[in-house]
Design a protein around this ligand. Structure first.
Ligand SMILES: NC(=O)c1ccc[n+]([C@@H]2O[C@H](COP(=O)([O-])OP(=O)(O)OC[C@H]3O[C@@H](n4cnc5c(N)ncnc54)[C@H](OP(=O)(O)O)[C@@H]3O)[C@@H](O)[C@H]2O)c1
Length: 326
């Protein structure tokens, strides 16, 4: 099969199209013909091995390959079609259109991927193309996890930092669907996008500092590395919740103290990705409560350009790679 592979860490040019063996599904695995994969910030970070949050650099490097990547095919999030199933698979059948997460196994940049039937895979929303569906699982699963943990009540004031990114854009829609008043913070070029997704207020972080605006919030969801922790906690109303999906080591330590000794709650976590959460996203999408925003679609042969587009941060929505023949 064709796959976009990389055999060393580096700039986008390390990505190239190659012929590789097609995976063979085990007894409890499904073989999926991938039709589209999101080119995510996480894929770019795996490729370059440059992380703005440093504390997990060493454990992650040991896990993914010290001198070169152990898994040559990137792509954590995809949409496609089941083509065959292992003898003991009960949840899927050939012909099922699905979308989901390959987790740390990755592989979505290849024409076929073999995954456990217990992986976070679910039927693709009926009202989405493969390209649109591939743009959902990363942002949707992470945002749903944090918005549920935030236990948002209708009418609450919610601040989202990094609101125009893959995760933030889904968080804006989910918070809005839960009845929150959403204030979004991101680069000014994303203002009209996040307002269309449901943000009532917008702050451009390149020109204004949200922490000096004198505003108070019930929930702050922060996907930005190196945010000013103390000032953000100070902006919470009594009983407020701060959720950080991209925490530095110091935030991990301080989160315990804040939760223990104040009336505020801090949640720092890596979101688990579950089939149940994905099925919930499918329902929300089919009920038109959330939608996917695709910035550009690239063919496999231009995967390096897709990564450049993600890294230059000019995108409005998700960057998607079409896998296989269009
Ligand atoms: N906790 C978890 O489970 C989990 C899961 C997946 C990913 N992550 C991590 O979370 C991070 C975000 O993921 P993502 O895919 O949503 O990234 P993304 O699509 O790149 O979104 C990040 C957004 O934040 C904006 N931003 C940058 N600095 C900002 C600031 N000071 N204030 C407000 N907004 C700012 C960026 O805008 P610009 O265009 O100006 O840069 C961009 O729109 C990644 O580093 C990823 O590795 C965590």
């Amino acid at each position: 099969m064709k796959a976009v592979i990389y055999t060393r860490y580096g700039e986008p040019d390390v990505l190239r199209l190659a012929d590789v063996p097609t995976p063979v599904p085990g007894d409890r695995e499904v073989l999926i013909r991938v039709r589209a994969a999101e080119a995510t910030k996480s894929d770019c970070e795996f490729r370059s091995f440059r992380y703005s949050v440093k504390w997990f650099w060493l454990p992650l490097r040991i896990a993914v390959g010290v001198s070169r990547p152990r898994r040559r095919i990137l792509g954590g999030y995809f949409a496609g079609e089941v083509v065959s199933v292992g003898a003991r698979v009960t949840r899927f059948a050939p012909g099922d259109q699905v979308y989901g997460s390959a987790g740390l196994r990755l592989g979505g940049y290849g024409e076929y991927v073999a995954l456990s039937e217990r992986a976070a895979i679910a039927p693709k929303p009926r009202n989405m193309t493969f390209d649109e569906a591939a743009a959902v699982p990363l942002g949707g699963l992470n945002a749903l996890h944090f918005m549920r943990r935030a236990a948002i009540r209708p009418g609450e004031q919610v601040l989202i930092l990094g609101a125009g990114g893959s995760i933030g854009a889904h968080a804006v829609q989910l918070a809005n669907s839960m009845g929150a008043q959403v204030t979004a913070v991101d680069h000014g070029i994303k203002e009209s996008l996040v307002r269309r997704l449901g943000a009532g207020d917008f702050i451009d972080y390149t020109t204004d500092d949200v922490t000096t605006a004198g505003r108070r919030f019930d929930v702050i969801f922060d996907m930005v590395p190196a945010s000013p922790y103390r000032r953000l906690i100070g902006m919470l109303n009594p009983g407020g919740r701060y959720l950080n999906g991209n925490p530095r080591l110091s935030v991990l330590v301080r989160s315990v103290l804040t939760t223990r000794f104040t009336d505020k709650t801090v949640t720092v976590a890596f979101a688990p990705e579950t089939t149940e959460a994905l099925a919930t996203l499918t329902e929300l999408i089919e009920a038109d409560k959330i939608r996917s925003i695709v910035d550009r679609v690239y063919p496999m042969s231009e995967a390096a350009d897709a990564h450049r587009r993600v890294e230059t941060e000019q995108r409005l929505g998700a960057v998607v790679i079409t896998i296989g023949e269009p």
